[in-house]
Ligand binder design. Structure first.
Ligand code: NAP
Length: 335
């Protein structure tokens, strides 16, 4: 077999604030050969996730930080080009932690086969992938919404948030989304069926929550933290639940993360605030994907991807997540 050249993007420095171009190093080297139990995968699409910002930091988290000089960690979907494991055939499509590179050697037991006939490949990184699983388990296992309850979700036009809102309509909840800008707010109401939207960039959030949530908030699915979390805590219903999924407003802070000042609302309302990490539910993904695929086929669930082309655009494309320029699940087309 002729040698395959593999372009990669490695972490060169730990970012302070928003990642800068010099925090990345571009390398090209020969693709590794898969050993017994492994496969060589040609990466088709990469998932660009807010969590990447946390993986770049030193210190304890739910996963080891990416080391300086290491290929940047990323979820991807791609096609098997060489297989040294009987469970994978050349031509199979798989998802896994491919990293930001064109070719990845992955252990067969660490990848999931996907069916490209079920949905286009980017959807397997979106509603049928990690963000979809986050929405499904964060909402149903932690938020536990019941018919007639009010669910509020922030980051509502994004990969996780848009899915949370649509899923909350299924058991019959009133759904209010908080997103940045008129277009995103219009989209979640007109296209996705949310009951109302709040544009946090130009509305008084507390006032709008009172208007759109007359029975207060039973479930707040938090993707952003900061002021929006505080405003939602202040409007919690009795026995309200707050799902701590993410805090994107805090990820590029150069000062310590700002905690909620309205947390005593949990005491007054006998509320609950609980964190979730999607990988804790990995054993149940198969069941959730079947549910999600069925809801997609029934027209109850839509997936929107924002696809940008070119591995080399990774440094600037990643920033779209933090400026709100992405509209839908941010995906990088590699091959
Ligand atoms: P996304 O929503 O598709 O993209 C990020 C969005 O965040 C941007 O489009 C922007 O939307 C919003 N945003 C950026 N800066 C903001 C700020 N300062 N204040 C308010 N909103 C801001 O991203 P995603 O992949 O679905 O992730 C959403 C959240 O879920 C993130 O916090 C992520 O870390 C978390 N997450 C957690 C898990 C887990 O296991 N716990 C798994 C996956 C994701 P606007 O234009 O509306 O501002």
């Amino acid at each position: 077999m002729t040698e395959i050249q593999n372009r990669q993007i490695r972490l060169a420095a730990r970012s302070v604030g928003l990642p800068k171009p010099e925090d990345w190093e571009f390398t090209t080297e020969a693709a590794l050969q898969p050993a017994e139990g492994e496969a060589l995968v040609r990466v088709s699409y990469l998932s660009l996730d807010p969590a990447m910002r946390g993986w770049m930091n030193e210190g304890k988290s739910y996963i080891e930080p990416v080391a300086i000089g290491e290929v940047m960690r990323a979820l991807g979907v791609g096609q098997v080009v060489v297989s040294n494991d009987p469970s994978l055939a050349v031509g199979d499509f798989v998802t896994g932690l491919t990293g930001v590179q064109e070719y990845a050697v992955l252990k067969a037991k660490h990848v999931t086969k996907v069916d490209p006939r079920l949905a286009p490949l980017p959807v397997h990184l979106s509603v049928l992938g990690m963000p979809g699983m986050t929405a499904y388990f964060g909402l149903f296992a932690i938020g536990q919404p019941k018919a007639g309850e009010t669910v509020v979700v922030s980051g509502a036009a994004g990969a996780v948030g848009a899915t949370v809102g649509q899923l909350a309509k299924i058991p019959g909840c009133r759904v209010v989304g908080i997103a940045g800008g008129r277009d995103k707010c219009k989209y979640i109401v007109d296209e996705l069926g949310f009951d109302a939207a709040i544009d946090y960039k130009c509305e008084d959030i507390a006032k709008s929550l009172q208007e759109h949530c007359p029975n207060r908030i039973d479930v707040y699915f938090d993707n952003v933290g900061g002021d929006i979390l505080d405003a939602c805590l202040a409007h919690l219903a009795m026995k309200g639940r707050v799902v701590v999924c993410g805090a994107i407003s805090q990820y590029n802070n150069t000062t310590p993360v700002r905690g909620p000042s309205n947390y005593l609302s949990l005491l007054v309302n006998r509320g609950r605030m609980e964190g979730m990490v999607v990988m804790d539910y990995a054993g149940r993904f198969g069941h959730a994907v079947r549910d999600m695929a069925k809801w997609m086929a029934e027209g109850k669930l839509k997936s929107r991807e924002d696809v940008v082309e070119g591995l080399e655009t990774f440094p600037e494309t990643l920033l779209k997540l933090f400026t709100g320029e992405n509209f839908g699940k941010l995906v990088l087309k590699v091959a």
